[in-house]
Design a protein around this ligand. Structure first.
Ligand code: NDP
Length: 311
């Protein structure tokens, strides 16, 4: 067990966390950044990032995050590979403890813990995770070369996953619970112009069907929400893309959260309900889950933390 003290503790290593680190370090605040379990965050799951400014020919999510990590390190951010599991914001310096039993004392904190993919919560979902059920086409699409797969959801993520999967799969069935998609029009156009993909509407997944040993998903039981009729759709794999939930479990009853669990921040600011604690990136923003926005809010958080420390 080690004890660390810092002016700024940054929790999370996605675009928000690293950018906060770069800005805080360049302001002489000597930040410590605790990376969390998934170093680099959600973007490491993206094969191609085409909309991060400065990369006209796209960049892989892992490369982009590795560059951010190196840039943070070059400016002197102390990077610690550990996960904060408990926070105490009731006294100053704030105190956080970690999975590896380290203690962190901080004059200010920037929370950039991001969000994680949601699951359907059906029986057997756990059993088939990694054996036919996935939440990441970039990670697992490769295993479905020449196979028939399904994608659940009707938002941008679901459509992007479906399009990406056509690189490998023989056929992709997008299953949506309503009769129109939520995804942006340009993505819908791409989707409807891809012959390998068919879309079925008004269906929910009722059950995952497959074998036990080894666990192998073989089919989905679907329900038509308009007629209540059920049907079996054979499939080799299913990708669940139904949105995300913020990683805010450890902040419950410590900070004000909105009704979806995202950290509330003051208008046009990263200030949270506790003075000296700031939040940046997807953990405070359900509507604009974009790397560039997360990075921008990370910069804001570092600047606001700096001003707060000099108050
Ligand atoms: P969204 O919340 O936008 O979409 C989730 C989809 O899953 C919706 O169609 C929703 O249905 C469906 N859904 C939710 N819960 C269930 C359930 N229990 N069973 C079945 N279906 C369910 O999430 P995304 O991850 O797609 O996107 C989140 C944000 O990130 C958005 O702001 C999006 O624009 C952005 N994003 C942008 C991208 C880009 O610009 N390239 C890429 C990916 C994400 P319903 O429509 O009925 O609510």
């Amino acid at each position: 067990m080690a004890k660390f003290s810092t002016k700024v503790l940054i929790i999370g290593s996605g675009p928000a966390g690293y950018t906060a680190g770069i800005y805080a370090a360049r302001s002489g605040l000597e930040p410590i950044l605790v990376s969390g379990t998934d170093t680099g965050g959600q973007l490491t799951l993206s094969e191609n990032v085409e909309n991060f400014p400065g990369f006209p020919h796209a960049v892989s999510g892992s490369e982009l995050m590795e560059n951010m990590r190196r840039q943070a390190e070059l400016f002197g951010v102390v990077l610690i590979n550990d996960k904060i599991v408990e926070v105490d914001f009731s006294r100053r310096p704030f105190e956080c403890s970690s999975e590896k039993h380290n203690a962190f004392y901080a004059d200010s904190i920037i929370i950039a813990t991001g969000a994680s993919a949601k699951w359907l919560g059906l029986p057997d979902e756990e059993k088939y995770r990694g054996f036919g059920i996935s939440v990441c086409a970039t990670c697992d699409g490769f295993f479905y070369r020449g196979k028939n797969v399904a994608v659940i959801g009707g938002g941008n993520s679901a459509v992007e996953e479906a399009l990406y999967l056509t690189t490998f799969a023989r056929s992709v069935t997008l299953i949506h619970r309503r009769d129109n998609l939520r995804a942006d029009k340009y993505l819908q156009e791409k989707l409807f112009n891809t012959p390998q993909i068919r879309v079925i509407y008004d269906r929910t997944v009722e059950e995952f069907i497959g074998r036990n040993a080894p666990p192998t998903l073989e089919a989905l039981k679907l329900k038509n929400v308009k007629t209540d009729k059920t049907e079996i759709l054979p499939t080799d794999g299913v990708f669940i893309a139904i949105g995300h939930k913020p990683n805010t479990e450890i902040f419950q009853n410590r900070l004000e959260l909105d009704n979806r669990g995202y950290i509330k921040t003051a208008p046009d600011s990263t200030r949270t309900s506790v003075e000296g604690v700031f939040a940046a990136g997807d953990v405070r923003n359900a509507d604009f889950r974009q790397a560039v926005i997360a990075a921008g809010s990370g910069a804001m958080a570092a600047m606001e933390a700096g001003r707060w420390l000099c108050r």
